[in-house]
Design a protein around this ligand. Structure first.
Ligand code: DQA
Length: 144
């Protein structure tokens, strides 16, 4: 199984950015963590991050025929991006939504998720482990 792991804006600043919410580990720690989880499950991952909505849209479009599923932390675009939702629907990709924090327990503007409208499952509020849950779920080895 080949999974595209996409991370949206400001996730490159993990460790620096609001550590009380997102933790003290860096983005490169997250990439290593995700690669480690995937390797243990025998799953192939390509982990990418962009601050640009259009780049995320392009990567989703290009995933067609290349990947079996997308694990997507669209970050703030989760709550705003019809373009990302449309791209997910256009390619019909199996999508699992992830968040480090739990947006539903935060400000009201984070309670809407366009990504959820195309995602078959959401894992949130568990820090890096939200990504592990998503990859295990896709590999069919989750408890979820
Ligand atoms: C986030 C939650 C979003 O509301 C926020 O805009 C982010 C990160 C998370 O992983 O908890 O940038 O997706």
């Amino acid at each position: 199984m080949k999974i595209l792991v996409l991370n949206g804006p400001n996730l490159n600043l993990l460790g620096v950015r609001e550590p009380a919410i997102y933790g003290s580990r860096s983005y490169s720690d997250l990439v290593s963590f995700v690669r480690g989880v995937a390797a243990n499950l025998g799953v192939e991952v390509d982990v990418r991050q962009s601050n640009h909505e259009g780049e995320l849209v392009t990567w989703i479009q290009q995933s067609r025929g290349e990947f079996d599923a997308i694990v997507l932390n669209a970050a703030a675009y989760t709550h705003t991006s019809v373009a990302i939702l449309d791209a997910l629907k256009a390619v019909g990709a199996r999508t699992v939504e992830v968040h480090l924090s739990d947006p539903m327990t935060r400000e009201g503007f984070r309670h809407v998720s366009f990504v959820s409208m195309a995602a078959e499952a959401t894992f949130k509020g568990r820090g890096f482990d939200s990504y592990a849950d998503a990859i295990r779920y896709l590999a069919g080895k989750g408890n979820n």
